[in-house]
Design a protein around this ligand. Structure first.
Ligand SMILES: [Zn+2]
Length: 196
């Protein structure tokens, strides 16, 4: 599976693939405020290290030697909670809270630096990679997303599904988190309605 596409568990026990379409939205899958009922996946700094090497940042360059301190993990989670609220608001066409925008701006100062491996010439992120840099990458991605692609930020149209994604398809007509889950359910429902 491509980095940044995540396998999630459905409530019926099946797994489905979900591409959030952007790094800051991918971070939302690791947990969130109580209203969104997501299991917390980032219980310690080691969890974010494991998570980030499978993230879409790894599509651009290899991530080696990631070091995250507990205080950096807390900041990442605070950003994630803000991002949940912002992303849902943007998807619904609401005006984003000024404090939330300021929070995102404040987080954007640190960034990852790309470099070439002197032995292989392959592209990689300069090590060590810190939690602040991961936060910075997420905040910069959020700035680009909200500033340039706000109309592509969507909530899955299925009832009760809270997943938010950026529609990166060319026609821009993505409606569901995943065809394997909500897309399929919707088709089955439409079929049954036709039979009634
Ligand atoms: Zn869905």
């Amino acid at each position: 599976m491509q980095a940044g596409v995540r396998l999630l568990d459905s409530d019926d026990g099946r797994r489905f693939d979900f591409d959030p379409g952007s790094f800051c939205l991918e971070l939302l899958l690791t947990g969130g405020p109580v209203q969104v009922h997501r299991t917390e996946l980032l219980r310690g700094p080691g969890d974010i290290v494991e998570w980030v090497v499978q993230s879409r940042l790894a599509r651009v360059a290899a991530l080696d030697d990631v070091r995250v301190r507990p205080s950096e993990l807390r900041e990442l989670k605070d950003f994630r909670d803000v991002m949940w609220s912002v992303a849902r608001g943007v998807a619904r066409g609401d005006t984003v809270d000024r404090e939330h925008l300021a929070h995102i701006n404040d987080c954007a100062s640190m960034d990852l630096n790309p470099e070439l491996d002197p032995d292989t010439g392959a592209r990689r992120w300069a090590a060590p990679i810190t939690g602040d840099q991961i936060l910075g990458a997420a905040a910069r991605d959020a700035i680009e997303l909200i500033g340039e692609r706000a109309s592509r930020v969507r909530e899955c149209v299925a009832d009760g599904c809270v997943l938010v994604f950026c529609d990166t398809s060319r026609p821009g007509n993505r409606r569901w988190c995943s065809m394997r889950r909500c897309g399929n359910r919707s088709k089955v429902k439409a079929y049954r309605n036709r039979q009634d």
